[in-house]
Design a protein around this ligand. Structure first.
Ligand SMILES: *Cc1c(COP(=O)(O)O)cnc(C)c1O
Length: 363
């Protein structure tokens, strides 16, 4: 079984830094972990060290699902109209953009006698979820006209840098601030939360302040990887080595690498490439696309090159590695966010916490 090593000291460093930094910017943080089955330890680190709440993007289901949250977290995705009882049961707040779903959520919350808040998503230019800005006032008015009302209108939210690669600017951030003011002044409805995400906002905050109305930021990648997506930068104050992917070697053989006479596609439908030919030393590692997103991994071992990936193996060329490997040796990788998320949610990757520097000999 491959492992996702999670260094708690480094994770705590990032959580602490972000909590302090965002507090200075008058922002509460929603820590995005996406996985409803993440275990207690990680959640309590976030909540104990200053994050306001936790954001999840999947509904818990099946035997792995167990309630580990001290209070119901936030569902940061649009709920399916077919899953609303589970949404109300598991989450205190959900992100919404469709009146039909909001009306049914309201009926569900009343039927279950369970409080539930909704945050209305606004599309400020990233072309992903959300009502268009000119429809927001009308939609909020309609939400408030729902009778009897079981749900609570918590505020508005937007997402940047996820679909169209839209980076924050005065215009899209200004829309959020303006809408919050308009909802309060024109409709006399309180807007408690104005939420923005994700980590791409940190780049903006390095040089400029967010409008005062924005009071919540949703952060995922920066917490675990120390990086800022969309612009592909490392955040100077964050630790980039919180997580490490660890695999082990199942087979080492010298193979004569040469293109076959008749060459089709590999197991994943990709065209095999043969950049290095002749007698090569190849290692088979114990993971594939069932366990992580292998293309998002970078080996920490000099000279190692990933040459092929399938559902349960990853093949590496180790001819040029100075180290002499044997079967069973560990091979560690850094990961991008896709690889982190896939290994985090895969039931075949074991999450191992490291309280201090790992003593396993790493090559
Ligand atoms: C995943 C997600 C985030 C976190 O974004 P990062 O860039 O990883 O910080 C924020 N908001 C929503 C709605 C998301 O789905």
């Amino acid at each position: 079984m491959s492992q996702l090593l999670l260094n708690l000291d480094r994770l705590r460093h990032n959580i602490r830094f972000l909590s302090r930094y965002c507090r200075e910017h008058h922002l509460g943080i929603t820590g995005i972990i996406k996985d409803p089955c993440a275990d207690q330890k990680m959640i309590s680190q976030m909540l104990d060290l200053g994050f306001e709440n936790i954001g999840i993007s999947r509904v818990p289901d099946g035997p792995r699902a167990k309630p580990v949250f001290p209070r119901r977290p936030i569902y940061i995705a649009l709920p399916s109209i077919h899953q609303l009882p589970a949404i109300v049961q598991c989450f205190g707040t959900s992100f919404n953009s469709e009146l039909a779903v909001i009306q049914k959520l309201n009926q569900t919350a009343i039927a279950m006698n369970c409080p539930h808040s909704i945050l209305l998503m606004v599309d400020t230019g990233d072309l992903r979820e959300g009502v268009m800005p000119d429809q927001v006032l009308d939609t909020v008015r309609k939400i408030h006209q729902i009778k009897p009302r079981g749900i609570k209108f918590a505020g508005i939210g937007t997402n940047l840098g996820c679909c169209a690669g839209t980076v924050p600017d005065e215009y899209n951030l200004g829309i959020m601030a303006h809408l919050a003011d308009q909802i309060e002044s024109k409709l006399d409805i309180k807007v408690n939360t104005v939420s923005v995400g994700g980590s791409v906002l940190l780049k903006w905050m390095q040089h400029k302040r967010l409008p005062g109305r924005i009071n919540n930021i949703r952060l995922g990648e920066s917490v675990f990887l120390g990086t800022i997506p969309t612009i592909n930068q490392v955040h100077p104050n964050l630790d980039t080595r919180v997580v490490t992917f660890r695999s082990d070697i199942l087979e080492i053989k010298e193979k004569r690498v040469t293109p076959p006479q008749l060459c089709g596609k590999d197991a994943l439908g990709c065209q095999p490439r043969f950049p290095r030919r002749g007698l090569r030393k190849r290692a088979i590692l114990n993971f594939g696309i069932c366990d992580t997103y292998p293309s998002g991994l970078a080996p920490l071992i000099p000279g190692m090159e990933i040459v092929s990936v399938n559902s349960n193996y990853t093949l590496a060329d180790i001819t040029d590695c100075p180290h002499r490997f044997k079967v069973g040796d560990f091979v560690d990788f850094t990961m991008n966010y896709q690889a982190f998320l896939q290994s985090f949610i895969s039931p075949f990757t074991r999450i191992r916490y490291q309280e201090e520097t790992d003593s396993t000999p790493v090559l």
